[in-house]
Design a protein around this ligand. Sequence first.
Ligand SMILES: Cc1cc2nc3c(=O)[nH]c(=O)nc-3n(C[C@H](O)[C@H](O)[C@H](O)COP(=O)(O)OP(=O)(O)OC[C@H]3O[C@@H](n4cnc5c(N)ncnc54)[C@H](O)[C@@H]3O)c2cc1C
Length: 320
Amino acid sequence: MTTLVVVERTPDGIYELSLQALAFARRYAADQPLHALVVGESDGLEGVLGEHGVSTVHVAEHDAFSSYAPAAVARAVLDIMSRTETSAVVAAGNERGNEVLAHVAAIADLPFAANCIEATADHPALVTRVRWGGSLLEEARLHGAPVLMTVQPHSVAPDAVAGESARVERFTPALHEADLVMCVRERVGAATGGVSLADAKVVVSCGRGAGSPEGFGIIEELAGLLGGAVGCSRAVTMAGWRPHTDQVGQTGTKIAPDIYIACGISGATQHMAGCKGAKAILAVNTDPEAPILASADYAVIGDLHEVVPAISAELRKVRG
Ligand SMILES: Cc1cc2nc3c(=O)[nH]c(=O)nc-3n(C[C@H](O)[C@H](O)[C@H](O)COP(=O)(O)OP(=O)(O)OC[C@H]3O[C@@H](n4cnc5c(N)ncnc54)[C@H](O)[C@@H]3O)c2cc1C
């Protein structure tokens, strides 16, 4: 039996959440060979995949994989499942990983557990998964084989081993027209100043306390000084002040920066679901009773329109 991980690539390597999924899969079935699926091209990835415990990388080749096409990726997974005795299929618990495994589950009529933080290869498998934006941990038994799981982002650290380069097996899955109906046709870059919200070491975020879209000027300034990314709450995206790509939370991006500076954000559970991976939280809020203070490591009780420019001014002074 083998464990298969659906691996997403970045322009220059492997997506951090996929490395986390590989560590999770190795922990789940330490005694089984670990296989990976990469769609499109795999050039040079076999070395780094080997370092993360992968013995075989299946490279699915097809024109469809020049863009993201979730049902087509699911077909590639099913193709491997039909040829290899697969005990579990694991993917990152982001939108893409959850979407691909949902297609696999629907086509193969299998149960699927999203956002797992732990799993035991029992019969049936026992999983612990995050529900309700992080306010509930659910233990569940997964009846069905192979076991389909995605991994809650940042719940497991990537874990390299001294493995040899993975063996590469190329194949072309048989795709149906329906598998290609949904695919990415165009990408429009967000104006993030080059630092992606999901990967940023510093995130400066603002909520309704910004007061207006213009209120984000001082947030952008501080983020720029710290080499970080700008985030926001859903109240802000709902008001149309910032794009959804900036939203942190259950229905936004899950982040794990070294420091999260949350200004004028109350700290609703749905927001905290997206930033609980932060190593430290600094809250700036006028309300000493704001719920975010219960999770904050540092807090400034005050008006963000005064506090944030003061931090930026101090940074400039220190840097000369
Ligand atoms: C299904 C579902 C999914 C959701 N998903 C998300 C999600 O992904 N992300 C998310 O963020 N929310 C999400 N929400 C919404 C969430 O419940 C809250 O409504 C939202 O996070 C509130 O945003 P906020 O903190 O900016 O606004 P508010 O709750 O209005 O809080 C504003 C805060 O700013 C403070 N403040 C005001 N003025 C100032 C000032 N001048 N200086 C300093 N502080 C000030 C106030 O004291 C207050 O604490 C979701 C809700 C649902 C139902």
